[in-house]
Ligand binder design. Sequence first.
Ligand code: FMN
Length: 179
Amino acid sequence: MARALVVYESVFGDAKAIAMAIAEGLASRLPVDVASARDAPIQVSGDVRLLVVGGPNHAFGMPRQSTREGAVRDQGADIPDTHYGLHEWLDRVQLPRIINAAAFDTRMDHPKLITRLDHAAKSEEKLLRGLGATLAAPAEHFFVVDTKGPLADGEEDRARRWGHALGELVAARPANASG
Ligand SMILES: Cc1cc2nc3c(=O)[nH]c(=O)nc-3n(C[C@H](O)[C@H](O)[C@H](O)COP(=O)(O)O)c2cc1C
């Protein structure tokens, strides 16, 4: 049976909350698994028809070892392994030959002049395309009010609705189609 998989990286819990809300929305159409990048399978099983990935913006892009170490040093974050997160998972993972995908990120909602440089979700999309996935929908961005959260008002509901819409989109396609 076709399934969905949501894989996230999250330092302070906001991207995780968004991943969970997306999964709730998806669950109206597809059975769905959610995993942190650290726990996600390196070989995604052939019955996964939709892969959704996302995490925070760090220094305008996807978290990397130096920004994770910065979060530990400067923000007191608790990150068990600063070497490994979503980017590293996407560097290693093997996907089914035909799979739909979508990307999200979390970012600050201010100052706009700076946050417009944020491109974590764009990098996720590039990695997904490089893995042969077909992007099912444009990336979505979810806002936090400060570095350690919380999420801005209404963002979990918006994520739930986005997940629901992705589920509708993918469930409507024939099993062997991804474009
Ligand atoms: C090291 C570090 C760098 C950050 N750089 C950015 C940034 O460039 N742009 C931005 O919008 N938010 C930045 N933030 C704030 C993150 O967007 C915020 O911590 C994240 O969205 C919260 O998600 P999480 O709770 O899942 O970690 C940064 C946070 C950290 C810890």
